[in-house]
Design a protein around this ligand. Structure first.
Ligand SMILES: Nc1ncnc2c1ncn2[C@@H]1O[C@H](COP(=O)(O)OP(=O)(O)O)[C@@H](O)[C@H]1O
Ligand SMILES: [Mg+2]
Length: 274
C-alpha cells in the first residue's frame, strides 16, 4: 500500500492560554482525493492547512506528507510539493498576472521559454486567455478572474498536493457556482490531492469527494457527502441548517430542469464576519 498523501496523527495544536485549536485530530487523505473541510469562522481551518505545509508544527502528534513527518521535511522542499490558494488570493499587486503565475518556476530557475510556456498552459487551464490576461495587473481583474489566477499560480510547478483556504468565499453566488464547476473540471484533469477548507457546507458538497466537519478542535465526521447530509449529529445539522433553501415552487421547477444540480445552485452563505 502506498503512503497516504496526507495524514494527521492525533494532532494537537494550541496557542496557550487558549484551548487547543486542534485536539488529537485525526484525518487521512489519499492521493488524488478532494477532502472539503467545513467549520465556522475560528474553527481552526487555516491552522489545519498551515500544519500541512509546515508554517506551523504541532505540539503533539504528527502531520505526515507523503509518509514523512513535516518535522523531517526540509521546509522549502515540502512547500514546492504543495500549492496553496490563499483566503484572500494574495496576488502580488506589483506583478502582472503572468508574473504572479510564474513566481515559483522563476524561483526554481526554469529557463525563460519554459516559464512562458507554462504560464500560457496554466492560464488556459483555468479558463483565461493567456495573450489577453498574461500582461494584465491584478487590479484589472474581476474577483473571479483573480481566483482563477490564484489557482493557476498554486499549480505552477505541478505540486501533488493543493491546499485551498476558502478560495471562493468572497465571490458572488453565480461566479462561485461557475468556479465550482471549473474546479471540478480542472481537478478531473490534474488529479491533485486537495484539502479545501470552507465555512459553507454547500460549497463542501459541491467540491468534496469527502466532506469533513471541524468543531471545537475535533473532526466530527469525514465521509461521503450523502452520508454527511443524512447525519443526525447536532454539530453537523447546524451547518446543514445554515444552507439557504429555495422557495418550494422554484425548487420543483429547477429540479425538473437540472435534476443533478438541484440544491447546489443556491449556495449563498450567510456572512460569517471574517
Ligand atoms: N497568529 C495567531 N495568534 C493567536 N491566535 C490565533 C492566531 N491565528 C489564529 N488564531 C486563533 O486560532 C483559532 C483558529 O484560527 P483559524 O485556524 O484561523 O480559524 P479559521 O480559519 O477556521 O477561521 C481562532 O480562535 C483564532 O483566533
Ligand atoms: Mg481561516
Amino acid at each position: 500500500m502506498p503512503d497516504p498523501a496526507i495524514e494527521f496523527r492525533e494532532v494537537t495544536f494550541a496557542r496557550p492560554p487558549a484551548l487547543p485549536v486542534l485536539d488529537r485530530f485525526r484525518l487521512t487523505v489519499e492521493a488524488g482525493e478532494v477532502v472539503a473541510m467545513v467549520g465556522r469562522s475560528g474553527a481552526g481551518k487555516t491552522t489545519l492547512l498551515k500544519l500541512v505545509n509546515r508554517l506551523l508544527l504541532p505540539q503533539a502528534g504528527a502531520v505526515l506528507v507523503q509518509g514523512r513527518d513535516t518535522r523531517d521535511w526540509e521546509p522549502i522542499q515540502l512547500r514546492r510539493r504543495i500549492g496553496y490558494v490563499l483566503q484572500e488570493v494574495g496576488l502580488f499587486p506589483h506583478m502582472t498576472v503572468g508574473g504572479n503565475v510564474s513566481v515559483v518556476p522563476r524561483l526554481e530557475r526554469w529557463p525563460p521559454e519554459r516559464v512562458d510556456r507554462r504560464v500560457s498552459e496554466l492560464l488556459e487551464l483555468v479558463g483565461l486567455n493567456a495573450q489577453q490576461f498574461g500582461p494584465r495587473w491584478p487590479d484589472e481583474l474581476s474577483g473571479g478572474q483573480r481566483q482563477r489566477v490564484g489557482v493557476a499560480r498554486a499549480l505552477a510547478v505541478d505540486p501533488p498536493v493543493l491546499l485551498m483556504d476558502e478560495p471562493f468565499g468572497a465571490l458572488d453566488p453565480l461566479t462561485r457556482a461557475e468556479l465550482h464547476a471549473e474546479f471540478r473540471r480542472i481537478q478531473s484533469r490534474v488529479r491533485k490531492t486537495v484539502i479545501i477548507v470552507t465555512h459553507d457546507m454547500g460549497e463542501a458538497f459541491a467540491l468534496g469527494d469527502r466532506v469533513g466537519v471541524l468543531d471545537e478542535g475535533h473532526l466530527v465526521t469525514c465521509d461521503l457527502p450523502h452520508r454527511v447530509a443524512a447525519s443526525n449529529d447536532i454539530r453537523v445539522r447546524r451547518l446543514l441548517d445554515a444552507l439557504p433553501s429555495v422557495p418550494r415552487a422554484h425548487t420543483d421547477a429547477a429540479a425538473a430542469e437540472h435534476p443533478s444540480e438541484s440544491g447546489r445552485t443556491a449556495s449563498a452563505p450567510p456572512g460569517d464576519g471574517r
